[in-house]
Design a protein around this ligand. Structure first.
Ligand code: A2P
Length: 298
């Protein structure tokens, strides 16, 4: 039995604690995965323009609604503004394309995918003036009713500070990589203090060995659950929503079975941090966004 836990955003809306991640969900598989997820009880779906599967997600949602399985208002749908759309006019184009792909009328949450702008081949870390321009365009989407809430992804504290200093509408969410190998307690504490909800992406470590960590396996054995359920439950226990990706029906179903870990098991899982990121723009764009090397950042 899933616990059915959820969190309140600073907009007053409710976000279900466990959602289906669609990053790297293969075209041809993601639609079916979504249908299995809805039948299993998921009501929170995490997507993005850049995942290149929004059309197929939209087709699956249309079928799901037609069958009367859920109503639009029962779903919490997140999408993200890609880096090449940070200019205000492009923000309007991007949301039009995403809503056209999904055909769900509005988004529950729209995130700035990275604090990095692309201009052709040029990739630049946003400064305060760039993010201000983009954020004003994001705020307009709320005013226009195209999205219910706005937020960011992959924002470290120093960039959140810039954003908070100019925001008319506070970001509701920051979506970042979070799991026991990369727990980011300082960012969690800062976001809690500022009323920004954190969503954990790659909660299972994105196929890089976390599921096979002996400590995770030991807690799984002790609790009679599987490693995925343990990692998801650890994330939910910290007050973060968690978006495991799977296109495998059995794993989609089992990942939705979160449970309450004991304080002792949480402590055990807290001890395995390696601070290793599986997703770092230093590696793919040559940008030291997270500044993990600077003292006290992690
Ligand atoms: P698959 O789609 O075949 O299930 P993350 O959400 O951390 O990025 O992890 C996603 C990866 O973990 C995918 O490769 C996914 O593959 C796999 N995965 C998802 N759920 C589980 C699970 N419960 N046990 C093992 N692997 C899983």
């Amino acid at each position: 039995m899933a616990t059915g836990r959820s969190f309140k955003l600073n907009t007053g809306a409710t976000i279900p604690a466990v959602g289906l991640g669609t990053w790297k969900a293969e075209p041809g598989k993601v639609g079916e995965a979504l249908k299995v997820a809805i039948d299993a009880g998921y009501r929170h779906i995490d997507g993005a323009w850049a995942y290149d599967n929004e059309k197929e997600v939209g087709d699956a949602l249309a079928e799901i609604f037609k069958q009367g399985k859920v109503k639009r208002e029962d779903l919490f749908y997140t999408s993200k503004l890609w880096n090449k759309f940070h200019k205000p006019a492009d923000v309007q184009k991007a949301i039009a394309e995403t809503l056209g792909n999904l055909r769900i009328g509005y988004l529950d949450l729209y995130l700035v995918h990275w604090p990095v702008s692309f201009d052709g081949d040029k990739k630049t870390l946003d400064d305060k003036s760039t993010i201000t321009e983009t954020w004003r365009a994001m705020e307009k989407l709320v005013d226009e009713g195209k999205v219910r809430a706005i937020g960011v992804a992959n924002f470290p504290e120093y960039l959140l500070q810039d954003l908070l200093s100019i925001a008319r509408i506070k970001p509701a969410v920051n979506q970042v990589e979070l799991h026991p190998h990369l727990p980011q307690p300082k960012l969690l504490e800062y976001c809690k203090k500022e009323g920004i909800h954190l969503t954990a992406y790659s909660p299972l470590g994105s196929g890089k060995g976390l599921l096979d960590d002996p400590v995770v396996k030991e807690v799984a054995k002790k609790t009679g659950k599987d490693a995925g359920q343990v990692l998801i439950s650890w994330g939910v226990a910290r007050g973060t929503s968690v978006i495991p990706k799977s296109t495998n029906p059995d794993r989609i179903r089992s990942n939705f079975q979160d449970f309450e870990l004991s304080p002792e098991d949480i402590k055990t899982l807290d001890s395995i941090k390696t601070h290793h990121r599986t997703c770092d723009p230093k590696e793919f764009w040559g940008i030291d966004l997270f500044k993990d090397g600077e003292k006290g950042n992690l």
